[in-house]
Design a protein around this ligand. Structure first.
Ligand SMILES: [Zn+2]
Length: 351
């Protein structure tokens, strides 16, 4: 399954006039392109924005290729599967055009070739036919797609396994556009947000689709949280009347419960700290179970170094020194760090 970074995700401008729709049944060929004579050093979304600027400058609706593949193996949506291309005269309806974002004598990466090949396989699957493998120069007098890619196409487009790159990088255009939030939150011991993984992520995606918030998906919902999940979730949050940070596409408990009905996962209950006994339970000459409890908790928290034979019910100078260490670690001094526990020492120690 190819993972395609949608126009919304890479920050495409709206179409300048809507390109015509083309049914998959009209596709018979697959064209490979390169960027031109110069090496490409741009990475991530910047690749798409540069192509878009150039193609809009040509007076076209937007990016003319159906897809663009970068050296990291990311696949970006241009015209996508269902629109007429603008990549090779007389072949824009019959041909699906894919640019591999390199130029001149730049060496295509194995990942880029694998991604392009994966697109070709997907195109054949979708059209239910074996599409002709072509380079741009097979349809038009041009140097494109360069010597290296043309030789690759003629060799039958051999490639290794395709695996989508984990993170395309880049950021969305500033001003006008907004950046896609990329952080995780934990709700009921489960993670949500960019990069989060698990069945619960798929569950959120499926619920978004069911609720009609699915326009940013290009290949459905999956177990890894992507920018498309964030953008769809954001649309859902906005539908609840949320705005600003509350509608950044990363779930909160309220929206999650509205979407799913119940929040999956578990809540680990916080142990209730034991109630502070009277002050006079502690100190020289005292002996009781609270002193044992205090000592055991000091050891648990790493303040047991003065014990030589473990905490016990009988107050000792080791108890005092350990309590004092704990109090000093709170930044307390003087009588606040006298080694005798008060309510504040007790509650911090057991929190
Ligand atoms: Zn070309």
């Amino acid at each position: 399954m190819t993972t395609i970074i949608s126009r919304a995700t890479w920050g495409a401008k709206p179409w300048n006039g809507t390109p015509a729709s083309v049914p998959l049944s009209k596709r018979t060929e697959f064209f490979v392109h390169y960027d031109g004579g110069a090496h490409i050093t741009r990475t991530g979304y910047a690749i798409m924005r540069a192509i878009e600027a150039e193609h809009l400058g040509n007076g076209w609706s937007g990016v003319g290729y159906h897809f663009v593949v970068d050296q990291a193996g990311n696949i970006y949506e241009g015209r996508g599967w269902n629109l007429q291309g603008a990549h090779c005269p007389d072949h824009n309806v019959s041909g699906i055009g894919v640019q591999i974002a390199i130029g001149g004598d730049q060496e295509p990466s194995a990942k880029a070739l694998a991604a392009c090949r994966a697109l070709y396989e997907e195109a054949c699957k979708k059209t239910d036919r074996t599409l002709a493998k072509k380079g741009h120069r097979d349809g038009f007098a041009t140097a494109c797609p360069g010597t290296k890619l043309y030789a690759w196409v003629k060799a039958g487009m051999p490639a290794g396994d395709y695996a989508p790159a984990p993170n395309p990088g880049g950021s969305l255009p500033s001003g006008g556009g907004s950046t896609v939030a990329r952080y995780k939150v934990t709700i009921h011991d489960l993670e949500y947000g960019y990069g989060a993984k698990g069945d619960h992520v798929t569950k959120v995606g499926k619920a978004l689709i069911k609720a009609g918030f699915d326009k940013h998906y290009t290949s459905g919902a999956g177990p890894t949280w992507t920018d498309a999940d964030t953008l769809n979730y954001q649309d859902f949050q906005k539908s609840l009347g949320l705005s600003g940070d509350a509608a950044d596409g990363v779930p909160g408990e309220i929206s999650l419960k509205k979407l799913l009905g119940t929040i999956p996962g578990t809540v680990t209950p916080k142990p209730t700290p034991p109630k502070f006994p009277d002050q006079d339970k502690f100190g020289p000459g005292k002996s009781n179970t609270y002193i044992t409890q205090l000592g055991q908790q000091l050891v648990r928290k790493g303040y047991g170094k003065h014990y030589t034979d473990g905490p016990g019910p009988k107050w000792s100078d080791a108890d005092r020194k350990n309590v004092q260490d704990f109090q000093r670690a709170q930044g307390w001094t003087g009588t606040n760090a006298d080694g005798l526990p008060g309510p504040e020492t007790w509650s911090r120690l057991f929190s």
